[in-house]
Design a protein around this ligand. Sequence first.
Ligand SMILES: Nc1nc2c(c(=O)[nH]1)N[C@H]1C(S)=C(S)[C@@H](COP(=O)(O)O)O[C@H]1N2
Ligand SMILES: [Mo]
Length: 322
Amino acid sequence: MNRYHDPSILPSEIPSESEYFDRRRVLAALAASAAMIGGGIDAAAQTGRPAVQARPAPRYTRNPKFSTNEPPNSWEDITSYNNFYEFGFNKEDPYERAQSFRSHPWNVEIDGEAEVRGRFTLEDILKPHALEERIYRFRCVEAWSRIVPWMGFPLADLIRRFKPTSRAKFVEFTTLLDPKQMPGQRTSVLDWPYREGLRIDEAMNPLTMLVVGVYGKWLPNQNGAPLRLIVPWKYGFKSIKSIVRIRFTERQPTTSWNLSAPDEYGFFANVNPEVDHPRWSQAKERRIGGNFLTSRIDTLPFNGYAAEVASLYRGMDLRRFY
Ligand SMILES: Nc1nc2c(c(=O)[nH]1)N[C@H]1C(S)=C(S)[C@@H](COP(=O)(O)O)O[C@H]1N2
Ligand SMILES: [Mo]
């Protein structure tokens, strides 16, 4: 299974002319609409593809305070090169095989150590939350990265609504289990359903987002529709897709990657250029969509978010708790 997590399996380093052109258009559109509220960049129109979901367009505001100034990757970069093992192991599989996945209607179960529990529709989950766009760095454990305009809201705001008890020390997230729709689940490459977890203070950190969209559109299926986690200072595998359950626990939850290869994928999974993966260095990363000169860049501690999150791990040996 681990051969699928091999950073040497990468597409061409050289962006095509159309990629480059798309990138420039996105930048121009971003600049032109910097002060706009709601609406957004019509990424689907830009690429000539129909809108991904027949739901009323989301309304959102931009949040520059939590956004990097780095230029975002193109819609193409973000939506056609994905990890979503439920739909296959090659980067183009999720794009090719998730299009008919039914990500709406959708229910989410909230349970465990919380005063408010139950099964909620996606609409009920979203109703009280104002959506915002944040441009985050995103770093996969396979040593590639990109800059993504995610749309969503702080996980902390959702957690407060459900009033976790004093015994809630962790939050566990679970992806849909549906082998009929998710061909990858008919293989035993991971112990399905995909599960991830955070310590409660990590979950409450203002950077941690529940994400429902990208580039002002509802999430495409391949990016984890209709609801996913984004934890920008951790390797990408923590950012679990297509969530159907959020559970508050007293004990540290088991997570899919940690179960399958504990020496390679720790529970914390904080981006750390000093701790190599057993089979490759984590000191550098390849920025998707970059050119020859700019694509190999240094990886930053906590993926560049050290000022915001390093204090969460004070006193911890981050080599041992990787
Ligand atoms: N359910 C589920 N969530 C998942 C994965 C997966 O295979 N299944 N892959 C993870 C990994 S390894 C990465 S890098 C990111 C990729 O997110 P993206 O395709 O939106 O860039 O999703 C994460 N979330
Ligand atoms: Mo990843």
